[in-house]
Design a protein around this ligand. Structure first.
Ligand code: SAH
Length: 240
């Protein structure tokens, strides 16, 4: 074979075996998948989260698609990340433990306050039947809604509004997660829980605790879980 054909066939086989467009995106997907697996075992299981529904959801949801492009390389690291408008997507472990603390089940209807990037809503949507999520910053709400639709999360409903008021038309909920910190437990959110259902939220100003509230027939019980640091819940609690 003369050298022209040698070069021709080598180049032909190279392209046939490694279609260039595919190889890089497949590699990238695989890399993110491996990072997700590592995130779950090293940051989440290692710290005691054990609900298989939660671990599966954390393995599945593509966190890098919920952060700005420049943060994608850090999407699976053990810390919160900026998402614009001075807000952050929570640390993966915090998303996992809050999800575990509501004791999620497939038939649950869950309310989230503080949609942010939409990541926590997507994790919930992998597990439960319906997610209602409220965000006070309209641009973030619209961006999250578009992203969640694009990824096929048809069971998530996003609303722009003040989370202190909850979503009375859809109440009562099987669980409520709040991902911004109020100074006190918002009474309207407790009202919108079913009896026996759980509200998981950070409470405080500079020093905050992650609190689990369980609604009882004549009020509620609360337990403090761990110290946390969330952005403040803004807007007025109009029930005060
Ligand atoms: N759960 C988000 C992280 C949220 S950061 C995620 O997975 O990305 C907290 C969010 O709560 C911010 O987007 C902030 O704008 C929102 N927030 C603050 N106060 C609020 C209020 N009163 N009602 C609704 N959302 C609020």
């Amino acid at each position: 074979m003369n050298s022209f054909f040698k070069v021709f066939f080598s180049v032909f086989f190279l392209f046939a075996l490694f279609p260039t467009g595919c190889i890089s995106s497949n590699d990238e997907e695989l890399d993110y998948k491996m990072k997700r697996e590592h995130m779950v075992s090293a940051q989440i299981e290692a710290r005691g989260v054990s609900d298989p529904l939660v671990l599966d959801a954390m393995r599945k949801v593509q966190r890098h698609l919920f952060v700005p492009d420049k943060s994608k390389p850090y999407a699976y690291e053990d810390h919160p990340l900026p998402i614009g408008h001075d807000q952050t997507i929570s640390q993966p472990y915090i998303v996992a433990i809050m999800t575990e603390l509501i004791k999620p089940q497939a038939d649950f209807k869950v309310l989230e306050i503080g949609t942010g990037s939409g990541y926590q809503a997507a994790v919930l949507a992998e597990i439960v039947e319906e997610v209602f999520t409220i965000e006070i910053i309209p641009e973030l709400a619209r961006h999250a809604e578009t992203k969640l639709k694009e990824l096929g999360y048809d069971n998530v409903h996003v609303r722009t509004g003040n989370g202190y008021l909850g979503w009375p038309e859809e109440a009562p909920f099987d669980a409520i997660i709040v991902t911004a910190a109020p100074k006190d437990i918002p009474p309207k959110l407790v009202e919108q829980l079913k009896t026996g259902a759980r509200l998981v939220l950070p409470v405080g100003s500079f020093f905050q605790d992650l609190i689990v509230v369980v609604k009882t027939p004549d009020g509620f019980e609360k337990t403090s879980v761990i110290p946390v640091r969330f952005v403040p819940m803004v807007g007025k609690d109009e029930s005060e």
